[in-house]
Design a protein around this ligand. Structure first.
Ligand SMILES: [Zn+2]
Length: 413
């Protein structure tokens, strides 16, 4: 009896183990699914394939379908609470009928459609427009302020460089809208509705989970930034951002469109595995955009303020050091939001005077190579050793003497 008991216990724990593993892999399966089917599903009009006026009662009757497979799917969905969660069921025109019958594929379709619906409501659109307007206003204020109080002397002709960075930025934004947003929005909806992802297991109030999600998003972006420098394939694309020979708020937009496409699956993995709710995602996205604009800016803040801010946030002087031609300096200040991660990892630096910094990458100092065409081609051509200077190019500091690594607050000459 005892042996049998032990065996039953063993089988159960095996099953539990398998179940746990399947559950752990589920977010990855969701991402893969979203990647493959996203465009097709989004192309369908909202409500297509869902019977008009379909409701819970109809769903239940369909759940008792005509064959075993239908019954099993239907029953499983009913047990999950209609698969949609109560808040979804209450949304008019978004009846879950048929969901249990068609199984997981329709599950994902519904999440996508819900995302479309959420982004299509007039109130949501008004809020998004207002948020977008505020971000654009903040960018314009920063653009003007950094020209009134510059931190580093600019080396490139102004209108051309700005136009080029804005053009690259527009392409990147388009890719974010076309690929990243449709990918991550349904995953965030799903995380909240189904309580999937790391922070969704946290006890306590919802805002605590959102705060944890915010911190984890910020930290995993730190890790991603390190990866974009360390992994040669990712560096090809991130290089386009680093070859800018000046650093200001327009550099914050200077990313290769393919860089945004490559980072979209990573962003999806962050959202799915962390379990970021739509609210936490919106807060983090706005915060991240503002932070990126701010720390790329060429705005001279009083050194005392900046030292205080750098305990918490990524600041312009911190990021100026990250864009230096001196490799040891580039390999620091990886944070893009909270500076906490650099403090924790010992990668924080604020000991280089900004006037001693040459912005850029040693192997790409020819201004012609930073133009739009070469920048777009850069990831796809043969790569140079980024840290070896080209013989034809003007000398740039590749190392710094200890005497030079002294913080100063003198305005640029
Ligand atoms: Zn970087």
């Amino acid at each position: 009896m005892q042996v049998l008991g032990r065996e039953v216990g063993h089988i159960r724990s095996e099953e539990q183990h398998r179940e746990g593993r399947a559950r752990a892999l589920q977010p990855l399966a969701q991402i893969a699914f979203a990647l493959v089917h996203d465009r097709a599903i989004l192309a369908q009009p909202v409500g297509e394939g869902l019977p008009p006026g379909a409701g819970r009662a109809q769903f239940r009757s369909q759940a008792g379908g005509t064959n075993d497979r239908q019954r099993a799917f239907g029953q499983a969905a009913v047990e999950r609470g209609g698969a949609c969660g109560p808040e979804r069921r209450d949304q008019p025109g978004l009846g879950p009928a048929g969901l249990g019958i068609a199984g997981k594929e329709d599950d994902a379709r519904m999440a996508h459609r819900e995302a479309l619906r959420a982004s299509g409501g007039p109130a949501h659109r008004a809020l998004a427009t207002l948020g977008g307007g505020l971000l654009a206003f903040a960018a314009a204020v920063l653009f003007a302020a950094e020209r009134r109080r510059p931190l580093r002397a600019q080396t490139q002709a102004e209108p051309r460089r700005v136009v080029r960075n804005l053009a690259l930025g527009a392409m990147s934004m388009a890719v974010i809208r076309l690929i990243e947003t449709p990918l991550v929005t349904p995953l965030a909806e799903r995380a909240r509705a189904r309580r999937r992802g790391l922070v969704q297991y946290l006890p306590g109030r919802e805002w605590l989970g959102d705060a944890a999600a915010f911190l984890l998003m910020d930290y995993t972006i730190y890790l991603w930034h390190v990866a974009t420098h360390r992994v040669p394939f990712l560096w090809r694309f991130h290089l386009v951002h680093h070859v800018d020979l000046d650093l200001d708020s327009t550099t914050a937009l200077r990313f290769h469109a393919a860089d945004m496409a490559i980072s979209a699956p990573y962003r999806a993995a962050q959202v799915a595995l962390i379990g970021v709710s739509p609210r936490a995602l919106m807060v983090w996205q706005n915060w991240f955009f503002l932070s990126v604009l701010f720390h790329h800016s060429n705005l001279r803040l009083p050194l005392r303020w900046e030292r205080m801010l750098a305990r918490v946030l990524t600041t312009p002087r911190m990021h100026g050091i990250h864009h230096s031609t001196v490799r040891q300096e580039t390999d620091s200040n990886w944070s893009s939001g909270l500076a906490l991660w650099d403090h924790l990892h010992g990668t924080f630096r604020l000991d280089v005077p900004q006037r001693a910094i040459a912005i850029g990458v040693p192997a790409y100092r020819d201004p012609r190579e930073t133009r739009l065409g070469p920048a777009l081609r850069l990831p796809f051509v043969r790569q140079r050793d980024a840290w070896a200077p080209q013989p034809t190019e003007p000398p740039v500091p590749l190392a710094r003497s200890p005497a030079e690594t002294r913080e100063e607050d003198a305005p640029p000459p």
